[in-house]
Design a protein around this ligand. Structure first.
Ligand code: PLP
Length: 455
């Protein structure tokens, strides 16, 4: 049968998240305290996160049970559909088989809700009254807003200024879900005031917004902070995506040769790829997993693997990761969720060990790919997701040249309904590719000389 949608019933929602730490040949290096340069302990993180999430951060258990209450909420949109992109295959005239997992069906329009609900749940369990967070494109802020609303927790969102200006409907959406949204940098925090004093016209960045949200959280014992990417527990929550895909690919009688996802901090990439990487690590499969980053923020392909802060002000522990330096200010590309200077510790270690691959693509090629996809499949992708589509099209075109019929699976991690300004700019010829100069690439890395490097 020529199926297009491969659907699972609600009863097949996975019962556990997959924790790749259990199976990694080289365990990730520990986060370090910036003052002592010693590994941080759970108590160092306790002002920011509920203890259950801190435990998940360091857990070596391969599977972590999903609480019933979280699974119950997941039923609002999970299992998400897996599509066979038959119309795209035809448009590309490729022998490749292309599948995409569509996470845009979640209430907030992206994969981010998978971890937002889990994080809000654990905060509620520990009596937290308010959560602060950052958001780039607005997808994470929206996801946390709805999750906090579901658990009766207040939510303050620091939204990167350029996205705040580009995407006014995102703010309205977060407001509709009961959150308060600030354009970051603000005058409310020392981190924000410092940036505004040195660069009043700054576009903002995820690193700055994270600093602001952390600064506000540590000032109040009933407030905690939530991060939408990068941290181990966030990546683990997202593995529900790939676990569903494993079942859906089996239903389709197929198995991917290549898995592709965009990478900002690493959560949707981890989400779709880690359960398949387990198949590589434990069951001898050989799936290629490719993370796609914007050419204007190329930490994986041109950054350094070393200790760096997760935020701009230097409030977080030092994390061992591929980074461009925490003061790197990415160009104002439309894929706001990919404008982050570093990559998650787990993805960084896997790349270092050559267990995953990375490519960087310019934004115009990504938008061209997004339009090709939209014309064929009828879904407008989030600009972040266009990065995955661009690489999927490259791979499919490659198959056309070689005559191979590879199976390609990519993560359509969000829809772009609130990103139409980006598409308008593309149609008006206003989008630009950004060639990084050597100074831009290395300028923020040289500032890290005083922090531990990794041999
Ligand atoms: C739709 C979408 N995709 C991808 C990303 C990148 O984040 P991550 O690498 O954690 O998936 C974001 C981040 O905001 C996003 O909103």
């Amino acid at each position: 049968m020529n199926e297009v949608k491969i659907l699972l019933p609600e009863s097949e929602i996975p019962t556990h998240w997959y924790n790749i730490q259990a199976d990694m040949p080289n365990k990730p290096l520990p986060p370090l305290h910036p003052g002592t340069k010693q590994p941080v302990g759970p108590q160092d993180l306790a002002p920011l996160f509920p203890m259950e999430l801190i435990k998940q951060e360091v857990s070596q258990e391969p599977f972590i049970e999903i609480p019933d209450e979280v699974r119950d909420i997941y039923r609002q949109w999970r299992p998400s559909p897996l599509f066979r992109a038959r119309r795209l295959e035809k448009a590309l005239d490729t022998p490749a088989k292309i599948y995409y997992k569509y996470e845009g069906v979640s209430p907030s329009g992206s994969h981010k809700t998978n971890t937002a609900v889990a994080q809000a749940y654990y905060n509620k369990q520990e009596g937290v009254k308010k959560i602060t967070t950052e958001t780039g494109a607005g997808q994470w802020g929206t996801a946390l807003s709805i999750a906090c609303q579901m658990f009766g927790i207040e939510c303050d969102v620091y939204m990167v200024r350029i996205s705040f200006n580009q995407k006014p409907y995102r703010k309205a959406l977060m407001n509709a879900f009961g959150a308060t949204v600030y354009s970051s940098p603000t005058n409310r925090t020392q981190a924000g005031r410092n940036i505004l004093a040195s660069d009043p016209d700054t576009a903002g960045s995820l690193g700055i917004a994270i600093s602001e949200a952390i600064e506000m959280a540590v000032q109040d014992e009933h407030t905690k902070y939530a991060l939408g990417s990068v941290l181990n527990h966030v990546l683990t929550h997202q593995t529900i995506i790939g676990q569903e895909c494993l079942k859906q690919m089996e239903m389709a009688g197929d198995f991917p040769d290549i898995i592709i996802a965009p990478l900002g901090g690493g959560s949707n990439f981890a989400g779709i790829s880690f359960p398949f990487l387990r198949e590589n690590l434990v069951n001898g499969k050989k799936v290629r997993c490719i993370a796609v980053e914007p050419a204007s923020c190329p930490k994986l392909t041109q950054g350094e693997f070393r200790y760096d802060f997760g935020d701009t002000a230097g409030y977080t522990p030092l994390l061992p990761m591929y980074t461009l330096g925490h003061n790197f200010r990415p160009a104002a590309i439309h894929a706001g969720g990919l404008r982050y200077h570093g990559a998650s510790v787990l993805c960084s270690q896997l790349l270092r060990d050559r267990l995953i691959e990375a490519v960087a693509i310019q934004q115009i090629e990504c938008f061209e790919a997004g339009i090709t996809f939209a014309k064929a499949e009828g879904i407008i992708p989030a600009p972040e997701a266009n990065h995955a589509i661009a690489q999927a099209i490259r791979e499919a075109n490659n198959c056309k040249l070689t005559g191979e019929s590879k199976t390609i699976l990519f993560n359509l991690c969000g829809h772009g309904h609130l990103d139409m300004q980006a598409y308008s700019d593309y149609f008006d010829g206003k989008l630009q590719d950004h060639q990084l100069t050597k100074e831009e690439l290395t300028g923020s890395l040289v500032e890290l000389a005083d922090y531990p490097s990794i041999g």
